[in-house]
Design a protein around this ligand. Structure first.
Ligand SMILES: Cc1cc2nc3c(=O)[nH]c(=O)nc-3n(C[C@H](O)[C@H](O)[C@H](O)COP(=O)(O)OP(=O)(O)OC[C@H]3O[C@@H](n4cnc5c(N)ncnc54)[C@H](O)[C@@H]3O)c2cc1C
Length: 468
């Protein structure tokens, strides 16, 4: 650290009530690490905050010292935007408190909480809100960009369930954001990402879920891919709204329910989750069994919290990752041919293509109700993810992701993508994701709350030019 900065950090340390971590601290490497092990950035200092006032102090210090500022929620995104080189990382990992009000079905959650934290607390009351598929993903980044999960069809996106938030803005104000207070800011943070300030708490509407749900997982080998995907595409349209479904191209895991001879075999999975009785679920999945051709299945009741952790092991902290995504209005036969051609070409057994099914409540919410940068008429968020235990596999699968994505582009609905599924923030694709009207509205709100673009390490919205 430059000597001048070092002396100022020492001065800052005297006033700051949170924790300062510098490159000399033994915990520096753990504190700067993010989920994606391919990211190796070294901030000049890390300010671990445990209260909004500390976030204010950190933002002020960062700006006084002209330091680039990054914000870490769960530290989970592929781009690694939570951590920067030579700048200030505002680390919210000490703000993981969750307070549930079961009678109002509401939860107030700290800005650095993970979905595991929220699910554990809300499930004690048989409640939940749409969250991500991996329990160690942060509530912060996921919600601010949208938030797709098992409950999207029943309850919409995570951000659709946000009732209010507390935001520390670039000028150090601590603002409430809700339909009544700073409604423009409230609109913007429901999809516009971390562009508008540091969210120190989120208030969510919860819904009755579980605690037991019913899982139905079916796996076909890649040689039956076209049949499996056509069947899955048509079948999920027949499902009631309160059931959830998910499609993935992946390698069969070496799990106890998978016969040994199929371990690591590439293929396609269809998962159907029922939230009612086991009998109802049995009726729901009967057509899948009737379709036949699967190599194995897993049909079982399980706690909702376990469903939320089902993919944790396949996506461990520190693995090397890269991804690209697009929306599909339909899984056409042409798109299916591309998918079945490309899936077996992946190098890492963990690389996969999660296909998030968008329906029900998600599609009923008007396009301009929130800033979410995806079409409400799209039926699938199609993700291609390289998840690699070694650098040579990452190199191979980064190329695989890019060529697969290029081949699928002709079938995409629009040029945009889900901003939370971008390993690289290309300006034109961020704009295309929001569309010009939404982007311009976001840019005007950005100009009001962050005119100097202090929070730019994200899917960045450039502040609109202010009249001279
Ligand atoms: C393995 C894996 C699985 C995933 N599964 C899903 C899924 O099922 N559904 C889904 O929708 N997405 C999913 N995602 C994408 C996920 O939504 C994004 O990676 C998201 O950015 C993670 O949020 P985070 O807080 O953990 O990330 P971080 O890396 O901490 O933050 C990412 C960015 O979000 C902003 N940010 C985070 N917290 C705050 C805050 N409190 N205040 C202000 N800004 C903040 C900052 O700009 C930061 O740079 C997945 C990602 C991975 C790696």
């Amino acid at each position: 650290m430059a000597q001048l900065l070092e002396s100022r950090v020492r001065a800052f340390q005297r006033d700051f009530t949170g924790k300062i971590i510098t490159p000399d601290d033994p915990e520096y490497d753990a504190a700067r690490s993010v989920w994606n092990g391919a990211i190796n950035r070294r901030p000049a200092l890390i300010a671990r905050c445990s209260a909004p006032a500390e976030v204010v102090q950190a933002i002020r210090f960062g700006q006084d010292q002209s330091l680039e500022i990054s914000v870490r929620g769960g530290g989970h995104n592929f781009a690694g935007s939570a951590v920067c080189d030579d700048g200030l990382m505002i680390d919210l990992s000490a703000m993981r408190q969750v307070a549930v009000d079961p009678s109002a079905r509401r939860a107030v959650v700290g800005g650095g909480a993970t979905w595991g934290d929220l699910d554990a607390a809300s499930q004690q009351h048989g409640l939940a809100v749409t969250g991500g598929f991996i329990s160690h993903t942060g509530v912060g980044g996921l919600t601010l960009g949208g938030g797709i999960g098992w409950l999207t069809g029943r309850a919409g996106l995570s951000s659709d369930n946000l009732l209010s938030a507390q935001v520390v803005t670039a000028d150090g104000r601590v603002l409430p954001a809700s339909p009544q207070e700073h409604p423009d800011l409230f609109w913007a943070i429901r999809g516009g990402g971390g562009n508008f300030g540091v969210v120190t708490s989120f208030e969510f509407q919860l819904h009755p879920v579980g605690p037991l749900v019913n899982l139905g997982l079916f796996f076909w080998g890649a040689d039956r891919g076209e049949m499996a995907l056509r069947f899955a595409r048509d079948f999920i349209k027949t499902l009631p709204e309160d059931a959830a479904s998910f499609i993935a191209g992946l390698s069969a895991p070496p799990a106890p329910f998978v016969p040994k001879e199929f371990h690591f075999l590439p293929g396609f999975a269809l998962i159907v989750v029922g939230f009612g009785s086991a009998e109802e679920h049995g009726r729901l999945i009967q057509p899948v069994r009737d379709a036949g051709g699967q190599l194995f299945e897993l049909v079982t009741p399980m706690p909702y919290t376990q469903l939320q952790r089902m993919f944790d092991e396949a996506n461990p902290w520190g693995i090397l990752g890269y991804e690209k995504a697009l929306y599909l209005d339909e899984l056409t036969d042409g798109a299916i041919r591309v998918v079945t051609e490309y899936l077996p070409r992946k190098a890492s057994p963990l690389s996969f293509t999660p296909v998030f099914v968008l329906g029900g409540a998600y599609r009923r919410i008007p396009e301009d109700a929130t800033a979410f940068g995806g079409s409400r008429s799209a039926r699938f968020a199609f993700n291609i993810a390289a998840i690699c235990p070694a650098p040579d596999l990452l190199e191979a699968d980064r190329a695989w992701v890019r060529s697969f994505w290029q081949a699928l582009r002709p079938y995409a609905s629009g040029a945009g993508s889900y901003v939370n599924f971008m390993a690289e923030y290309e300006e034109d694709r961020v704009r295309a994701s929001y569309g010009s009207a939404k982007y311009e509205r976001l840019a005007r709100i950005k100009a009001e709350y962050d005119p100097d673009n202090v929070f730019h390490l994200n899917a960045n919205i450039k502040p609109a030019l202010q009249p001279a």
